[in-house]
Write a protein that binds this ligand. Structure first.
Ligand code: SF4
Length: 315
């Protein structure tokens, strides 16, 4: 690592961010800790373009954490449809109730206290400190780690080394929010995992891995095999939750009287439960084992109740 380069790297990257950053992202336009939390949970393992409309809709229906706490869990899960990993939505709902009942509706303002809440891990707590409070924190995602590793090392660096450097850099920056955003945006558009644009990179002269990474990234790309999502346990869980959620009538307005978007209300029949046999009709023979395992997993996690061959969402 060459510490003498850090000032130049930070200045260059922040200048690049001013012109090229994703300032349009809705969660970049707020410092509300609750909105930042919602965006961070949605963005876990989900692509940005998929999150944007879901985030906007969620914040429109539940603009404050108190609104979310008053909602039925099934309505929260329904809004979450399309993002996957329903446990994130369920934990967010529990968290909203705790914060409303015990913290006067305000999320804690320290990383330590945030970590006590369900669904908030070190990364998310750090992200809230950075994006809501503009304070330096440990919060390193894959994009940030990759950019720093490439810029400052021409050999392998340990996660601890990268994390320490990330924290030192964010402490040095005058604006942790913008610095972290710049690193993330740079990693998603220039210094990408598979095809870093070294030839168009504003940091080319400072980078210890310039050029070298092109060959390496291409090799990774060749080796990589797409995990099979269709038919997987996660796919079945999504199918089951989607089917059950669509079987129940959604709320038509939130507690502030704000109307839900028309798209979320269309084509939803009113039955409140669903026969297991009906679901089975949609499944071919080979899928039944995975279906059963996904079903049991959802029951174990308290999302559904299986009773006398009937499946029902748990309220
Ligand atoms: S020169 Fe290449 S590897 Fe280095 S920061 Fe730029 S894009 Fe990434």
């Amino acid at each position: 690592m060459k510490p003498q380069n850090t000032k130049k790297i930070q200045t260059t990257l922040l200048t690049w961010y001013e012109t090229n950053g994703r300032h349009h992202l809705p969660w970049r336009k707020t410092h509300d800790p609750y909105a930042i939390l919602v965006s961070e949970l949605m963005l876990q393992q989900t692509q940005v373009p998929r999150v944007i409309p879901k985030y906007n809709e969620f914040i429109m229906i539940f603009p404050k954490i108190q609104d979310l706490s008053k909602a039925k869990r099934t309505d929260v899960l329904r809004l979450w449809q399309g993002l996957g990993y329903n446990s994130r939505a369920a934990r967010l709902h529990v968290l909203a109730n705790i914060v409303t009942d015990q913290c006067n509706g305000k999320l804690p303002t320290t990383q330590e206290k945030l970590l006590i809440l369900p669904g908030i891990g070190p990364y998310t707590a750090g992200a809230i400190m950075i994006f809501a409070h503009n304070k330096p924190a440990h919060s390193i995602d894959v994009n940030v780690a990759r950019v720093l590793q490439r810029l400052f090392w021409n050999k392998h660096a340990t996660p601890k080394e990268v994390d320490e450097l990330a924290y030192a850099l964010i402490q040095k920056s005058n604006n942790p929010h913008d610095w972290q955003s710049a690193l993330m945006d740079f990693g998603s558009s220039i210094c990408t995992a598979k095809q870093p644009l070294c030839n168009n990179c504003p940091l080319f002269q400072c980078c210890l891995s310039r050029g070298v990474r092109l060959a390496e990234a291409n090799a990774i790309q060749k080796k990589e095999k797409q995990g099979k999502f269709f038919g997987s346990n996660r796919w079945w869980r999504g199918q089951i939750m989607k089917t059950l959620l669509l079987e129940q009538q959604p709320v038509k307005q939130n507690c502030n009287g704000v109307q839900m978007k028309a798209e979320t209300l269309t084509k939803i029949p009113l039955q409140s439960s669903y026969l297991k046999n009906e679901l089975y009709k949609k499944i071919n023979k080979s899928g039944k084992k995975r279906f059963a395992s996904a079903l049991q997993g959802l029951a174990d996690e308290n999302f559904i109740i299986i009773n006398n061959e009937r499946i029902q969402l748990k309220e």
